[in-house]
Design a protein around this ligand. Structure first.
Ligand SMILES: [Zn+2]
Length: 257
């Protein structure tokens, strides 16, 4: 029979375990985000600056959640607090209006100090790549160049942001294929329309040039990433210059950029 002492000891253990778990989660929280994270976000992330008093803490929570799920490792580069916050911002900005989004196809981000070529050789002479979403053995890994990561946020009046570009590739890839069509967030009835819009925009770019980064004319995969950078960096300009593309991106991302 259960004595009062046994019951009390049981209760004591439950309280002890609860306290222990609770404490662990507090410790984890403190370790994850640097003390001055709000200032860093306010200084470097225009998207965060423009959020209201309700949006800012929501963004911070999403950043924290991302950083608790994804490891960031420096490869001949020091991972500073700012780098972590910028990578997490690049991840959250495109999906901020999609509440339950998780990058289940990403486990680790490798931070490289400078440009690297396709063989991950940092000293190569090929065209430098600012970032890359891994495939094959590098599945679930993203590579990002520290210098370009920072430039993407420091120069916020162009339409370039390497982190956003790479995370858009992951969003595109989530449905199993990287094809410029993010089926997981784009309603099925718009899929063909979106494919046609991308094809005709690429055709126009090749024929007449464009204010859209010409790298986007490479193929629909790059077009979707490049136009998404434009959308989140310069939404008003995109709306003026390419209202149809803007409208479709609002459908995809559930926000006005
Ligand atoms: Zn790309």
């Amino acid at each position: 029979m259960l004595t009062i002492w046994q019951a009390l000891i049981g209760l004591f253990l439950v309280v002890l375990i609860t306290l222990f778990v609770f404490r662990l989660s507090i410790v984890k929280e403190i370790i994850l985000l640097p003390e001055n994270y709000r200032e860093l976000l306010a200084d470097y992330v225009k998207f965060y600056q423009q959020l209201d008093e309700e949006g800012k803490p929501r963004f911070e929570k999403r950043i924290e959640h991302f950083l608790s799920a994804v490891k960031i490792t420096g490869v001949n580069a020091v991972v500073e607090d700012l780098d972590k916050l910028l990578i997490a911002s690049g991840a959250i900005i495109p999906v901020f209006a999609i509440p339950d989004w998780q990058y289940i196809n990403l486990h680790e981000v490798l931070l490289y100090p400078g440009a690297f070529n396709e063989d991950f050789d940092q000293a190569g002479s090929n065209r430098p790549i600012g970032g890359m979403v891994g495939s094959g053995a590098m599945q679930n890994v993203m590579i990002i160049n520290k210098w370009q990561l920072r430039q993407g946020f420091i120069n916020n009046h162009d339409a370039h942001n390497t982190a956003i570009h790479e995370f858009v590739h992951l969003i595109d890839k989530m449905d199993g294929t990287m094809d410029g069509v993010p089926e997981i967030i784009l309603e099925k009835k718009y899929v063909n329309q979106w494919k046609n819009m991308m094809d005709s925009a690429i055709g126009q770019m090749k024929m007449y040039g464009s204010d859209i980064d010409m790298y986007g004319a490479t193929n629909p995969v790059e077009f979707f990433a490049v136009i998404s950078e434009y959308f989140f960096e310069q939404p008003d300009l995109l709306k003026t210059n390419h209202p149809d593309l803007y409208e479709m991106l609002v459908r995809i991302y559930k926000t006005g950029g």
